[in-house]
Every structure is written in C-alpha cells, then in structure tokens.
Design a protein around this ligand. Structure first.
Ligand code: IVH
Length: 736
C-alpha cells in the first residue's frame, strides 16, 4: 500500500516524516493555486482531507513537525505589486463539520471544556458562510484608514483604494460608540447577477471568460486600477472583527448588530441558537434558501455567542476552538448527455468531452464536462477498479453532475432508470477525428499496462498537433534554427505560411509574405505598448530597416541547417518516446534516415515488429512501437518526403560497406561489450557488409571479444580465427 494511504497509526517514523514532507508540499501547491491564482484543482473536501491528515500525523509525531508545516498557515503569500500589511490580529480559518455528528462533537467538546461552570448554557450564533474573499478594514476614530486581503493570515495586501469602491463599506462609521480603533472583518463577494452581467459585457467586447463569482471577485479586488474594481459592483458582509480597543458588545450577536448600526451590511440570516438541534434546523433552513440568495454560500458558521467564553475556550493553531463551519455537501444536479465529442490535444491525446443539456450547479451553468478517457467512460479508473459502481456513460444517459467548491464539474453517477432503451455503449474512436490517422493506446513496457490515453498517430499530418511539432522541430536539441523561436513558428503557422516542417525551408521564396506578417505583428505590439504606456512611437522607419536585415539573417540561419546531423534530425521528427539519447542510438545503429525508414516500414508490415528491429540496447517495445506507428503511417510519407527534398541529414559515418574492411566477412561478437550493445554491434557490422554469426566455426573470419569471453574465444584460438577487442574493432571500422 502506498504510504499516502496508510492509516496514521501504522506509519513508521520514516514514513511519517516522508508523509509530512509530501503533505507540506502538496498543500502549499494547492494554496498557491487557490489563493495565488484563484484556480483550484481539487475539491474543498479533498483539500481539507490533506490538511486533516497532516494535522493527525503532527499530533501523533510531534517531534516531526516541520518548520514549514501547513498547520496554522492558510493561503498563499501576498502577491507582488501591493504593499504588504501585517494584520494586528491574525485572520484565522475555521474548523469544518461535514456531518450532523461533527456538529454534535463540537458541542460536546464545548460542554466538556466548560463542565465546571454549573448550569451554564452555551449559546451559539449561526449564519451563512459566504463564499468570497475575506478582508480586514481598519477604522481609526471612525475613519476607514486601511484595508487588506487576508494573504497568508498574518500578512496581506494593502487594497484600500479598491475596497473603498465597495458601496457596503463605509468610509466613515455611522452612529456612535465605536471603538477608537477597530479592524472590521468580513467577506467581499460578487452576486450572480453582477457576475452574469460582467460575463455578457466581456463576451460582447471579445474579452476573457470568467469562471465563477468567487474567482472573479478575487481578480476584481487585485486590480491595479480601482476604477476597474468599482465597475464590478462588489458587495461586502461584515461578520467579525480583529484588533479592537474595545469589544463592540459582550456577545457575538449583539456585536454584529453594532456593526450594522455603524453602517455595514450584515447577513440577514444570522440567528442565535441554544442546541445542536437548533443549529442544524437553521442549517437546513439556510440550505433551502441557498439557491435563491443570489450569491454563493458554502455552509453555515456556528460561533459561541458570549465573547468571554470565546476567549476562555481559545484557539488551536490557526483556528478558533469556539467556532466551526458546517459545510454543505457538494452541489449536484442531473442532466442529459447529448453528445460525446473528441478533442485532440497538442500532443495528440484524444480527450472526450460530454455535451450536456445546460444545467445550473451551484450558480454556474454547466454545458460540458470532461470524460477523461475511454476507461473512464466505460466505468473504470486507471487501475481498472470500477468507478460510479462500474456504470458506463452513454449518449442519451441522464447523469448526476457535481461541482464541489470552485472545482471543475464532473459526472458522479448515471441514472440507469432513465437510460433510453436504445442507448448503446459508447465506442471510443480508434481514429483521430481531426486527421483520420489511427489512434492507439501505448503499452507501458514495464507494467505491461495500457496507457489510459488514446493518441493520434498522425503525428506529422495532424493539424491539431502541428504547431507543437513545428516548435519542437526548430527547438534547441533538434534543428536549432536561430531566430525562429516558438513565437515566430506560431505566428507563421497562424498566418498559413508554414504547415509542415518542409515549409520552413521554402519561407525564403515567400519573402514578401513573411515580411508582411512580421510587420503586422510589430504594428500590433506597438499599438499594445502605446495603449499600456500612453506614449506614441518614434523611429518607425529605422526599426523596420533593422527587421529587413533580420529577415536575411533568419533565412541564412534556416539555410545553414539544411544538412543536420542525423541524430538531431531523428529527434526533430518528434516521434513519441524518441528523445535525444534514443535518437543518437538510432542514428548510430541505422546510419541513414533512409535505412531507419526502411526498417520502420518493414516492422510496421510485420506481425511482430520486434523481430524486424535488431535488438538495440535501450530501445524496447515502447520505442519500437512508436517507430512502427510513425513510419508505418503512410500519411506521414508525403510529409517526410517533402522534408527530405529540403533537408539532407548527414549519414552517420562509419566506413560505408564497399570499401569497408569487414565487407563480406563473417563476424562473431562474444563476451560483454563495453562500448556498444550486442544489437548495435550487429547492426553496425551488417551495415558494413559483414555477416554476423552466433557461433564460431571454420567459416568465421573475425571474433570480437569483450571481457569475460569464454568458450567462443577458446574455439577461435583453437581454429586460428583472428580475435580482436572492441577498440580494435572500432579502429577497423574507422570509428572511435
Ligand atoms: S468567521 C474567527 N464568519 O470563512 C473566525 N468566516 O474558513 C473568522 N467566511 O476566512 C471567520 N463567511 O473568509 C466567518 N460568516 C462567516 C464567514 C466566514 C465566510 C470565510 C472567511 C474565513 C473563512 C474561514
């Protein structure tokens, strides 16, 4: 069982240490995605499970707590650009309850903590947990002086100017009786209506798409220009306070009413409650109203009402003991799968997407959902275990969609009762929908398991993969064409100037077009710069002159690569699993691109490709499979032929067979060779016109013996056959 799945009480010290390191890194990464980029990749529940496991291990192994332990720190460090603000009192997070039992446990912990206080009835407040961003607003003598994000809980960003644009935040406190200094805490959020309006405005202007209200509110708060923030009409609920020179009132409830008196918006759904029963009743009431509130909430927060009791019960790292967030289960909805589309990624992976009847889940309209891969559609995970109880997904199926927190929606169940009688299991295409080439699943040699992804084999001809391949073709380890970076490749591709690698070498013939495309790009860049800086351009003429010179340089650089080394050329083709090292082995083994192509095609036609490929060290079934797919795909032929009209890869020089010293001779390799593998040696000898035999006889002309050679060496000496070592072999064939 992987360490990550072991129960805490079964961990050894080493495993615990390893787990804490893993969890610290993972949690930090998810924090960065959530707070730093507003783009979480796991659900809140999964995230909480990571933190819980970390806390449990720390409790069991207190000596192992890391200096960078995630316990007690929440959120990403402040982004660059805004001044940093240290919160006078840290901004805490909340412990979470997922079940009624968790709520009963919370109340029981309180009862035990205060058991000496005879006759004490602990009262609580209950209010919605708003799904937005928390902010801290500092008021001195009733004047709003500074506002900050939560940041990592200790240090946030100064976003005073942006917060001042929010109508719910008073610049001056109203009424009277406010403390000399108080940090008001609350949640900035965006209503669905505002979110929808922004999306529509943006779509009309051809602007970006927005994922959900929370992320959009976060982005709106981080604007450099407060006018942009103002245009987003954000809202704010006040629900707590940090540093204060004086409690607003003796209880939570009354204090929050005071905040309302001073001009803040407070949640109309806050109540006082005396028992777990009452809390859970209110939770249910709020849950019923959830979809009609007009903004996202993700649970209900319970807090001990009396502030003196809050202080006595106190804190654990980063969380008050006297409060808990009772989370709603992830929102679900059912809808119908109308179509399954296959998208082809830039690396050729076929990615299935379900097109759904639009359905609203947690305030977001879902129309597409990823189906990951064909096993997932069939109801299996990557290890072959059933998911969704093994139910497959068919076109026409009614499915349950879940969106947990901000995370990407997924299909969690199939409603079999509603499956149409004529629904058939989905047949995953074995052909690329873009180029029609076969799409195959590779087999991992070591595990013998199929990759879960099916991939297009139309490598050179598939438009979906074209840009990525062209970029690879000119990259460093490949043809390495100076001045033709990834950016220009994309530019020329989009302008229709290059489709395949061969076109790069004919760019020169289309000089005027290249010039036009580059000029247009320069224009566009200049426009952008002007917009950003407000400055106008000078020296337009001379910049252009310089660029024409640059064009000659670019064409010269392209021409200088018309005779690339064979290994670079093979690498540049971008065959799956053929990296630089493998390309070098292939170059050495086959000597010319034609020979590699010949063997590749022969292997593709053979029943077992492995028998056609000489056994080459470091080249196993996976690479052979990729080579046969690549060279066996007839549709790649034209592309390679066109390319070879432009480019002549240098043959990998060993003495070519005619004048080779070993041509026509019978050679036996024995012992353990140090500089080449047996397969490589065989291929090399054959390329030089020799015959390679497995045993020594009177017909043998030459024995090449490495260390540890035994019976064959003995036989050779007895028969008087010439014996040489590996170095002498390389001398003979003219290669070191
Ligand atoms: S009280 C001392 N009340 O939830 C406790 N937090 O998980 C401070 N939140 O950072 C928080 N609605 O961003 C509290 N009604 C509410 C809340 C609320 C949303 C957020 C807040 C906090 C996070 C804790």
């Amino acid at each position: 069982m992987p360490t990550a799945d072991l129960p805490v009480d079964q961990l050894t010290i080493e495993q615990a240490e390893q787990e804490l390191a893993r969890l610290a890194a993972e949690i930090a990464e998810h924090d960065r995605r959530y707070h730093g980029e507003d783009a979480p990749t796991i659900t809140d529940a999964e995230y909480d499970a990571l933190r819980r496991r970390n806390a449990e291990i720390e409790q069991a192994f207190p000596d192992l707590v890391r200096p960078d332990s995630p316990t007690g720190s929440v959120g990403a460090p402040p982004a660059e650009g805004f001044a940093k603000v240290r919160h006078a009192v840290p901004m805490l997070s909340l412990a979470k309850a997922y079940t009624d039992q968790d709520v009963l446990d919370f109340i029981e912990r309180g009862r035990r903590f205060f058991q000496r206080d005879e006759g004490l009835e602990i009262e609580f407040t209950a209010e919605p947990k708003i799904d937005g961003l928390s902010a801290s607003l500092r008021y001195e003598n009733g004047v709003f002086v500074q506002g900050a994000t939560r940041g990592d809980g200790t240090v946030g960003e100064d976003i005073t100017a942006n917060l001042k644009t929010i109508a719910d935040i008073p610049h001056r406190l109203e009424g009277a009786g406010w403390p000399e200094t108080i940090e008001i805490r609350g949640e900035v959020y965006m209503t669905y209506a505002e979110f929808q309006a922004l999306k529509e405005r943006s779509a009309a202007a051809g602007g970006q798409d927005y994922v959900n209200p929370r992320n959009t509110a976060a982005g709106s708060l981080r604007q450099k220009d407060p006018a942009v923030t103002a245009s987003r009409n954000l809202k704010f609920f006040a629900y707590a306070w940090g540093y204060t020179t004086e409690d607003p009132a003796p209880t939570q409830y009354d204090s929050v009413q005071k905040l309302a008196d001073w001009g803040f918006a407070i949640s109309p759904l806050m109540v006082r409650a005396k028992s777990a029963h009452e809390l859970i009743e209110h939770y249910k009431r709020i849950e019923e109203q959830r979809s009609s509130l007009g903004y996202d909430i993700d649970g209900v927060v319970y807090k001990v009402d009396r502030l003196d009791l809050q202080r006595r019960w106190g804190f654990v790292t980063g969380e008050p003991r006297w409060a808990i967030a009772h989370k709603f289960p992830a929102e679900q909805a059912t809808t119908v799968v109308r179509e399954i589309d296959i998208q082809v990624g830039r690396t050729g992976t076929l990615a299935p997407v379900a097109r759904l009847d639009p359905v609203s889940v947690g305030g977001v309209t879902v129309v597409n959902v990823t189906l990951h891969n064909e096993d997932y559609i069939a109801g299996k995970d990557s290890t072959g275990q059933p998911i969704r109880d093994g139910k497959d997904i068919r076109i026409g199926d009614t499915v349950t969609i879940q969106r947990a927190g901000d995370v990407i929606p997924q299909i969690v169940d199939v409603v079999l009762d509603k499956r149409p009688a004529d629904a058939v299991p989905y047949e995953f295409p074995h052909k690329c929908p873009i180029c029609g080439s076969p799409a195959t699943r590779e087999v991992n040699e070591k595990t013998g398991k199929e990759d879960s992804r099916r991939r297009c084999t139309g490598e050179l001809i598939c438009p979906a993969q074209a840009v990525e391949r062209l970029r690879h073709f000119v990259s460093r380890g490949a043809l390495d064409i100076e001045g033709l970076g990834a950016e220009n490749i994309e530019l020329f591709f989009n302008a229709g100037l290059i489709e395949t690698a061969a076109d790069i070498f004919t760019l020169k013939d289309r000089r005027a077009d290249v010039q036009r495309v580059l000029a247009e790009k320069r224009e566009e860049q200049a426009r952008q710069r002007e917009l950003a800086t407000g400055k106008t351009r000078k020296n337009v003429r001379s910049v252009e002159d310089r660029n024409f010179e640059g064009l000659d340089k670019l064409f010269a650089a392209i021409d200088s690569r018309r005779e690339p080394e064979l290994d670079r050329f093979i690498f540049a083709l971008g065959i799956h699993y053929v990296g630089g090292t493998t390309a070098a082995v292939l170059a050495r083994t086959f000597g010319t691109i034609e020979e590699l192509m010949r063997v590749g095609r022969e292997a593709a036609a053979a029943e077992d490709p492995m028998t056609v490929f000489p056994s080459i060290d470091g080249i196993g079934g996976t690479v052979v499979g990729a080579l046969t797919d690549f060279f066996g795909n007839e549709r790649n032929d034209d592309v390679i032929d066109a390319l070879l009209k432009q480019v002549r890869p240098k043959p990998y020089v060993v003495n070519i067979s005619a004048d080779s010293q070993v041509a026509g001779k019978t050679v036996v390799f024995t012992g353990s060779l140090q500089k080449m593998s047996r397969g490589e040696a065989k291929a090399m000898a054959e390329r030089l016109g020799a015959k390679v035999a497995g045993s020594v006889s009177s017909n043998t002309d030459l024995v090449v013996a490495g260390p540890g050679a035994g019976s064959k060496l003995k036989q050779a000496t007895e028969l008087g056959v010439e014996v040489i070592d590996e170095d002498a072999w390389f001398d003979l064939v003219g290669e070191a």
